[in-house]
Design a protein around this ligand. Sequence first.
Ligand code: NAD
Length: 352
Amino acid sequence: MKLLVTGGAGFIGSAFIRHVLRTTDCVVVNVDKLTYSASPEALEDAASTGRYTLERVDICDGAAVAGVLARHQPDAIVHLAAESHVDRSIDGPGAFVQTNIVGTFELLQAALRYFEQLPAERATRFRFHHVSTDEVFGSLGAEGQFTETTAYSPRSPYSASKASSDHLVRAWHHTYGLPVLLTNCSNNYGPYQFPEKLIPLMLLNALEGKALPVYGNGSNVRDWLFVEDHAAALLTVLRDGAVGRDYNIGGNSERRNIEVVHTLCELLDELAPGTRPYASLITHVTDRPGHDQRYAIDATRIRDELGWRPRESFESGLRRTVTWYLDHLDWCQALQAHGDARRRAGLRGATA
Ligand code: NAD
């Protein structure tokens, strides 16, 4: 089986490709524009399998995407390419509209034309798997969880662009018969996450003795999932998911942001002790505009129908993550070339 993965040089995409190459005999073509958040080093071992190719292509370029499909003849597309950082979407929503909405549209059009000319036997097996987020559902109060039937209520430019792409994917299924799968996942963490996101940002700041900037009072709740568990869930849905069906993916690991930072500090105190407890670096800073209060995923459907469940608890996954970052500080240092990786964004200092 040949998979075309978009955004495969990113945090989750690269974990997915490593998982596929390790656990199957699939061939993988990675379509990635290699933006600031891409990390081709995460796939250094992939080339030696002889089953991996990188195509540096922008998904907004429909003709280029069509060319890749024609050349590689994949059996499925797994679509992860996106602008992914909420804070950046507040300062510059244009790139999010372009890649997440227009890019998904161009990809859907190219995929549909490709699908429609496949021989019947291959068309029956073809899948377009769209990877999305729980942020499309909006914000929860103290109670309840998002299910697959929760109404969409996106509130940031990022989540609105992802919600739009989800709607396009469903429309291409219902209107044109494209065989789609759709997954909405909670917050991921793990190796190779770009250090603009909460866990690697706090980790690297702590090691440098810099302030740990917690937004607002730190009471916002996220449901955390180790990235390798997400990768396994994506492969499960791709193999066994019902066409046209949505699956929520989550770790059943709700934590307040302030708790996440404290747990991280305790792990660092143990694994990379400094002269004083890392928690003394915590500072509270201006909150994100429109910061959603709580996300929580009900992952009953994927568990009961497809048998997937996470292998890592938050504590075990975070320990693996901290250990990985401590062992890969050279990768982190190379990213400093990106300059503004840990710059505070999303305070409406700029316009798109
Ligand atoms: P990421 O920012 O680490 O990676 C995104 C990748 O997409 C990068 O390799 C980038 O180069 C590529 N890309 C961006 N624009 C492109 C374009 N126009 N054409 C081709 N490639 C392009 O993001 P991530 O955290 O790995 O997220 C991957 C997907 O999973 C996204 O669709 C995101 O919405 C979704 N998701 C993320 C999370 C999370 O916690 N990170 C949770 C749920 C869902």
